[in-house]
Design a protein around this ligand. Structure first.
Ligand code: SAM
Length: 238
């Protein structure tokens, strides 16, 4: 518990995309650090802290009570966006989970959004699933960021309903952009290069193991897919 709440670099970056004066929902709000920090910094007017698990929800309630923000932060128990009524918040943060789970939370809870909210999403892995959901549901990526902290690399995606401008029209290129991030693969920040060089090395190891296999058609197909992925990883990190 902290009376003056501080955030790590990852969450500071997430918070940097919340518009000043927003009404925030932080979903998966273990300890409610993000809402408490935002209120203490005067960044948001009010907030909802949503948690599906009782332990983290109680930790959030304890933290909110400690900083005496019970009148500004509403801690709610429930899954994903289902704790919200459409239109009651203007920004949503979902951070520190896998991209597949974030995409599921968005899909299962989309009826609880008005479509006016800014979404700030920080998948730990599988950001491709989040980008696919955003594209399929009429959200434009406004910005992408990548940060390295304590040896781990995190991607942050910021989106609002609107016409998508960052992706290529061409299907194969768009598939790669969904995978690597359209802005991230253009910017090639050091953390981006490091992430995909590490991923490439993992795939090269898998490829070596597979090449010792039985040579069946199925295996050959998988080998070809991994080779293509490695080539692309080579390309985007050069
Ligand atoms: C690893 S913590 C991340 C906490 C914080 N958002 C962060 O980025 O540091 C993930 C939190 O999400 C919660 N969670 C997982 N699935 C959820 C869901 N469907 N709805 C709400 N919270 C969920 C977990 O209980 C856990 O507290």
């Amino acid at each position: 518990m902290q009376t003056h709440v501080t955030l790590d670099q990852r969450l500071k970056k997430v918070v940097s995309y919340i518009p000043q004066g927003a009404i925030l929902a932080d979903i998966g709000s273990d300890h409610a650090f993000v809402p408490c920090y935002c209120l203490q910094q005067g960044l948001v007017e009010r907030a909802v802290a949503g948690e599906v698990n009782v332990g983290p929800m109680e930790a959030a309630q304890g933290q909110v009570a400690l900083v005496q923000l019970e009148d500004k932060i509403d801690v709610r128990l429930g899954s994903g966006l289902t704790v919200l009524t459409p239109g009651e918040v203007t920004a949503v943060t979902i951070a520190g989970m896998g991209g597949t789970l974030i995409a599921t939370i968005l899909e299962e809870g989309k009826a609880h959004l008005s479509g006016e909210e800014r979404l700030i999403l920080q998948p730990n892995v599988d950001a491709v699933d989040v980008r696919r959901w955003l594209l399929a549901n009429g959200y434009a990526l406004l910005s992408e960021a990548i940060v390295k902290e304590n040896g781990k690399i995190y991607e942050i995606l910021v989106a609002e309903q609107g016409e998508e401008m960052l992706y290529s029209e061409e299907e194969e290129q768009r598939d790669w952009e969904l995978f690597f991030g359209p802005q991230l693969m253009r910017e090639k920040a050091p953390a981006f290069i490091e992430k995909w060089q590490t991923e490439k090395e993992k795939r090269q190891y898998i490829l070596e193991q597979m090449q010792q296999g039985n040579g069946s058609d199925v295996l050959q197909g998988k080998i070809a897919t991994i080779r293509r992925l490695i080539e692309k990883m080579e390309e985007v990190t050069n």
